[in-house]
Design a protein around this ligand. Structure first.
Ligand code: FHN
Length: 440
């Protein structure tokens, strides 16, 4: 368009510059790529994942914090690597166990706070390939098997390190692990960037990077913007989450909760966070420890695990349920048994969990609701009598049936509520799922 030298020309120029400045400003903030938005949906749809805490600490049988809890000198601790030979490790069996449980993704500790890398990295010889007689890159084997069996793989990555000298100044933990020499923090940041680049370029598509340990030095200059940008540049569809126990930071794609459902804070990690609009994920142990513990037999029952999963889905969150493989590479039998039982339940009821979002009936002592289009699934987890009255606005209930056998459930509606007659349903079911068809 040719504009003569008129005031209109200057108005147009101003509008063009103003729009341009707006675009630049928008680009300086994080804008998730279309692939990333699709990953977020897929992540939410999958609802159930397996967390794996595994490292050379498993040999001590005392959880993944043994090194710092016992003030073990990092040089002594490193000797564990020389004896690490998980003769029964079988990536296929792990992925199969996750699938049998109905899990759709696996998140493995690529490097935990002890600083030992469970993958073959060029940036430190303190890794499973170079420092152990086993010499195999278990993360690579797992990645390959996940691709084969159609399971997404996520990487847990610790920002905190109890061994490296360039993790300096030290944080609130790991002060008794014997480090006296002090390296340069910028080297540490470079090291992490290099390792993450390896993980995002050498192991196929990565579903998410799950950071942890930020809380060890909440005031440090972590340069997370750079780290996150590297991840999103290398794999735009890869989600970034950080278990910092705070509101999500810019550049994060999901919000992590630890040992608590969103909105709860029984474990004390969630005082500093409310629920954001991002996809949500709660991680939880099956017993009381993340890494293998030889004494911890305090396993949750199958019913409790199912309740945890359903309670998460009813609060719009995924459940990332942990296993801590033994030093021989096997997942403990007690975990496998529970995974199988949960999987059996999911075979029948998975449809009321996968691909759902939190239902419009808010969670209560009775249970939760999930929804998929016009189908509203009422999960009754605790019975208190034969009549269940629930608040429901903005929809007309057309039918109510037991999900499992489609038997009709008598119901009545009043303004803003629906009452279900549960008298025909056994009171001892783990989860009585009633499907309401709701026209909105
Ligand atoms: O210190 C870790 C712990 O070992 C474990 O990895 C859990 C998993 O959520 N996160 C940290 C504690 O917040």
């Amino acid at each position: 368009i040719k504009l003569r030298n008129t005031p209109m020309k200057y108005v147009c120029l101003f509008v063009v510059l103003w729009l341009g400045a707006g675009r630049l400003a928008a680009q300086s903030g994080y804008q998730p790529a279309p692939e990333n938005l699709r990953s977020r949906e897929a992540f939410q749809d999958s609802r159930f994942g397996m967390f794996i805490h595994w490292g050379i600490y498993s040999m001590l049988g005392d959880g993944e914090w043994a090194m710092t809890n016992k003030n073990i000198d990092c040089r002594e601790y490193a000797k564990l690597a020389g004896g690490f030979y998980p003769s029964k490790f079988d990536a296929k069996a792990w992925v199969q166990a996750a699938k049998d449980a109905g899990m759709k993704y696996i998140c493995i500790t690529s490097r935990h706070h002890d600083g030992f890398s469970m993958f073959g990295t060029r940036y430190s010889d303190y890794n499973i390939v170079e420092a152990t007689p086993y010499g195999r890159d278990v993360v690579r084997e797992l990645a390959k098997e996940c691709r084969k069996q159609g399971i997404r793989l996520h990487f847990y990555y610790s920002l905190l390190d109890w061994t490296r000298e360039d993790y300096y100044p030290l944080g609130t933990t790991g002060q008794g692990t014997g480090r006296t020499a002090h390296g340069d923090w910028n080297d540490y940041l470079g090291f992490m960037n290099n390792q993450l680049t390896e993980l995002l370029t050498g192991y196929g598509p990565v579903g998410a990077v799950w950071f942890d340990g930020w809380w060890d030095k909440a005031d440090a200059d972590w340069q997370l913007d750079k780290i996150y940008a590297t991840i999103h540049r290398l794999q735009p569809g890869c989600l970034v989450g950080n278990n910092h126990h705070r509101e999500p930071f810019p550049g994060e794609d999901f919000q992590a909760f630890e040992q608590d459902l969103p909105g709860q804070n029984t474990a004390g990690h969630s005082a500093g966070q409310t629920i954001s609009a991002l996809p949500l994920e709660t991680c939880a142990t099956m017993n009381g420890t993340w890494g293998y513990s030889i004494t911890d037999r305090n396993y949750k029952s199958v019913a409790a695990l199912i309740h945890l999963l359903v309670n998460a889905a009813g609060r719009n969150a995924n459940l990332l349920l942990n296993v801590g493989p033994q030093p021989d590479g096997e997942i403990p039998q007690a975990s496998l048994e529970r995974l199988r039982e949960v999987g059996r339940w999911m075979k029948t009821y998975g449809e009321t969990v996968y691909g759902t979002r939190a239902g419009e009936i808010a969670p209560g002592a009775w249970g939760v609701s999930t929804r998929k289009g016009d189908r509203l699934f009422v999960h009754v987890l605790r019975r208190d009598g034969d009549t269940l009255s629930l608040p429901l606005t903005g929809g007309v209930v057309r039918s109510a049936v037991r999900f499992a056998d489609r038997a009709e459930v008598p119901f009545s509606v009043a303004t803003d509520s629906v009452s279900l007659d549960l008298s025909g349903i056994p009171a001892d079911e783990i989860d009585s799922v009633i499907e309401l068809s709701v026209r909105r």
